[in-house]
Design a protein. Structure first.
Length: 153
């Protein structure tokens, strides 16, 4: 499967494409430059607020794309999901459901991969990943996960 970062020892992984992460970093730097220019010229507070929000949002997206690599990893032992501030591993016994959600809004269709996971303490966690986070079609990722997941006993 070309969208999988690797297939080593039965493990597969998916991440935000490196080019997209680089583009986010470039846009974040541009937004910070815009904010600095607005502050130095004494621009109105609304403009500084918009520039600051853009810089913060782009910076967080770039940091998440950099830190959370790979975003999703799967193998015979279960799934590992990485986010900006946390990493969770769930053995297959704690993966309640893997499904693909197809939606259509404003004339645009999107596909999301939904993972229902249970923490060790019994808490539930819904993880939703789209094509930008996976760097692959969620339908294809779900097929790979179905092949890795052990059959119920």
């Amino acid at each position: 499967m070309p969208s999988t970062l690797g297939d080593h020892n039965g493990r597969h992984s998916w991440s935000t494409p490196a080019g997209a992460v680089v583009a986010l970093w470039v846009l974040a730097v541009v937004a910070v430059g815009w904010l600095v220019a607005l502050v130095l010229t004494g621009a109105d507070p609304a403009g500084r607020l918009i520039a600051g929000a853009a810089a913060l949002g782009l910076g967080l997206a770039a940091a998440s794309g950099t830190r959370a690599r790979p975003r999703l990893e799967a193998g015979p032992d279960g799934l590992t999901v990485r986010r900006l501030t946390w990493t969770r591993h769930a053995p297959w016994s704690r993966v309640d459901e893997v499904r693909v959600l197809h939606t259509r809004r404003l004339g645009r269709s999107s596909t999301l991969l939904e993972l229902d996971l249970r923490d060790v303490d019994g808490g539930e966690r819904l993880v939703i990943l789209g094509r930008p986070e996976l760097g692959a079609d969620p339908d294809e990722v779900a097929e790979v996960l179905a092949g890795l997941r052990p059959a119920p006993r």
